[in-house]
Design a binder for this molecule. Structure first.
Ligand code: C2E
Ligand code: CA
Ligand code: CA
Ligand code: CA
Length: 278
C-alpha cells in the first residue's frame, strides 16, 4: 500500500542519514586524531614456512576513538584518503615503523623488513622519495628493512609520475610489494615492467582454496611470480590445508591468523620470545 511505501522510504532515508552523520563525525574527529595520539600501529608476522622462521612483518594502522572505540581501517582509511589526511598519517607511520624496526634490531637482534601500506595520494607530491630517504636517515634504518605495499591501481593507473617515484624509492634499496594481487584489473603483460619485487596473493584466493577455480588462479599467480623471479607472500592463511596447498605450488611465505594476528609492540615482543623458545 501507499503507507508501506512511505515507511520504507523513511527507513531508508533515516539509514542514509545515520551513515552520513557517522561519516561526518568520523571525518571531524579524524582531523584531531593524530594530535590526540589516538593512532597506534599493529604488526603482523610474515612467516617463512620452508625454513621455519620469521621473515618480515606488515604494519597495520589502528584508530582508538575516544567514544567509539576501535574504528576499522576499512572505514577510516577511505575518509583519510578523500580528505588528504592520509599523507601526514602515512609519514607518521613510516617514521614509527622505521624507529620500531631499529629497536627490534638493537634489542632483539631481529633483522627483517617491515612493510607499510601506501595510498595513491602519497605520490601526489614528487618529493615522496626524498621524504623516504630522510626518514631512513633520521632513524638510521638501512633501506632493505623497509618495504612499501602498493596496490595494482596505484601502480597501473595511478597519478602521473608514480612509477618514476617507485623506481627512485626502489633504487634506494627499499622493497616494493604488490598488495591484493589478482583482485585488480591490471594487465599481466606490463607486470614485468613494474618496479615490484614481491607479489602478495590476495586472501580471497587463499580463503577459497578448496574451490577448483580458485586453485587454478593461485597456481597461475604463483607460476607468474616464479617466472618473473619475484618473491611471493600468501595473505589470510588460516588453515593447515591452505598451507599445504600453497607449499605444493611453491609458495612458502605465509601471512595470516594461523601464524600470528596483527599485534601491538608489547604483544609482538611476547610472541617473539615464544617463537624463539621453540
Ligand atoms: P590489507 O593491506 O590487505 O591488510 C590485510 C588485512 O587482512 C588486515 O586487515 C589484516 O588484519 C587482515 N588479515 C591478516 N591475516 C588474516 C587472516 O588470516 N584472516 C583474515 N580474515 N584476515 C586477515 P586490517 O588491519 O583490518 O586492514 C584492512 C585494510 O586497511 C588493509 O588491507 C589496508 O588496505 C588498509 N590499511 C590498514 N592499515 C593501513 C595503513 O597504515 N595505511 C593504508 N593506506 N591502508 C591501511
Ligand atoms: Ca597490505
Ligand atoms: Ca592485502
Ligand atoms: Ca585486502
Amino acid at each position: 500500500s501507499k503507507n508501506t511505501g512511505k515507511n520504507k522510504y523513511s527507513i531508508f532515508s533515516e539509514d542514509m542519514n545515520q551513515r552520513q552523520i557517522r561519516r561526518m563525525e568520523l571525518e571531524k574527529d579524524l582531523r584531531n586524531a593524530q594530535e590526540q595520539e589516538e593512532f597506534f600501529i599493529v604488526y603482523q608476522p610474515k612467516w617463512d614456512s620452508l625454513h621455519n622462521r620469521l621473515t618480515g612483518m606488515e604494519a597495520l594502522l589502528r584508530w582508538k576513538h575516544p567514544q567509539l572505540g576501535i574504528v576499522s581501517p576499512g572505514e577510516f582509511i577511505p575518509i583519510a584518503e578523500e580528505t588528504g589526511l592520509i599523507i601526514p598519517m602515512t609519514d607518521w607511520i613510516l617514521e614509527k615503523v622505521c624507529e620500531q624496526n631499529k629497536i627490534w634490531q638493537q634489542q632483539a637482534d631481529i633483522y627483517i623488513p617491515i612493510s607499510v601500506n601506501m595510498s595513491a595520494r602519497m605520490f601526489e607530491c614528487s618529493a615522496f622519495p626524498e621524504r623516504i630517504a630522510r626518514i631512513l636517515a633520521d632513524t638510521g634504518l638501512e633501506p632493505q628493512y623497509l618495504e612499501l605495499e602498493i596496490t595494482e591501481s596505484i601502480a597501473m593507473n595511478g597519478i602521473e609520475g608514480t612509477v618514476e617515484q617507485l623506481q627512485q624509492i626502489q633504487q634506494q634499496g627499499v622493497g616494493i610489494s604488490l598488495d591484493d594481487f589478482g583482485t585488480g584489473y591490471s594487465s599481466l603483460g606490463s607486470l614485468d615492467e613494474m618496479p615490484v619485487d614481491i607479489i602478495k596473493i590476495d586472501q580471497v584466493f587463499v580463503r577459497n582454496i578448496d574451490h577448483a577455480s580458485k586453485q587454478s588462479i593461485i597456481s597461475t599467480i604463483i607460476a607468474i611470480a616464479y617466472n618473473l623471479n619475484m618473491e611471493m607472500v600468501a595473505e589470510g592463511v588460516e588453515t593447515v590445508e591452505q598451507i599445504q596447498f600453497l607449499q605444493s605450488k611453491g609458495c612458502f611465505i605465509m601471512q595470516g591468523y594461523y601464524y600470528g594476528k596483527p599485534m601491538t609492540v608489547e604483544q609482538m615482543n611476547q610472541w617473539l620470545e615464544q617463537s624463539a623458545d621453540q
